[in-house]
Design a protein around this ligand. Sequence first.
Ligand SMILES: Nc1ncnc2c1ncn2[C@@H]1O[C@H](COP(=O)(O)OP(=O)(O)OP(=O)(O)O)[C@@H](O)[C@H]1O
Length: 208
Amino acid sequence: MYRDISVKLVNVSKSIGTRVLFTGINLALNAGQCLIITGPNGSGKSTLLKIIAGLNQPTTGAIQIISNNKQFDAEERRACLGLISPEIILYADLTGRENILFFARLRKIRCNEQQIEGYCQQVGLAIDMDQLVRTYSTGMRQRLKFALMLATQPLLWLLDEPSSNLDADGKRLIAQMIRKGLEQNAAIIIATNEPWEAEHADYKIELA
Ligand SMILES: Nc1ncnc2c1ncn2[C@@H]1O[C@H](COP(=O)(O)OP(=O)(O)OP(=O)(O)O)[C@@H](O)[C@H]1O
């Protein structure tokens, strides 16, 4: 079960060279709430997610991640979040099961066989989990990224275009997972232009 968490964006802005991507973003997102970030290609959605993840620095402002009244340091922030992004690279020469075990071990999380099978079942990969990832389609790889995320049980989900490459069944699974994550008190931030994903939103940031 997830502990309590809140994410605060305090006067966050980002410029790249002379181009201002966004300025003055202030928001507090609590456990069990969902923020949707929308905007056209190149507007800065992925950049804002990376700033929240601590992978990119804001030009001004700060991100505060607070749990049980304590502000996380950089290492705690990394440990509490699950990031789904096109930039996450899976190990093609490992099976789906081995990828899950590897990423869980990086986080010092133990997964038993039953749990791994459960995660694979949730994302619809159960019969493929012992195949090498190099044989997976792009949609199967996207499903595996969700299984990796479930295995690390993050407090904060950062989802960059989570339903890209997924068929209708895959999109339904993701919607179910997001609903369940919110029920279990994860804070979820989604960069997307899919109207159905926006249905989960408690807050919305529209980048231009
Ligand atoms: N490291 C970088 N160096 C230079 N420019 C960058 C860098 N990262 C992002 N940009 C630029 O910042 C802008 C925003 O990029 P970003 O990927 O955040 O947009 P996005 O809204 O996620 O786009 P998309 O919908 O196409 O994924 C783009 O113009 C991009 O070229």
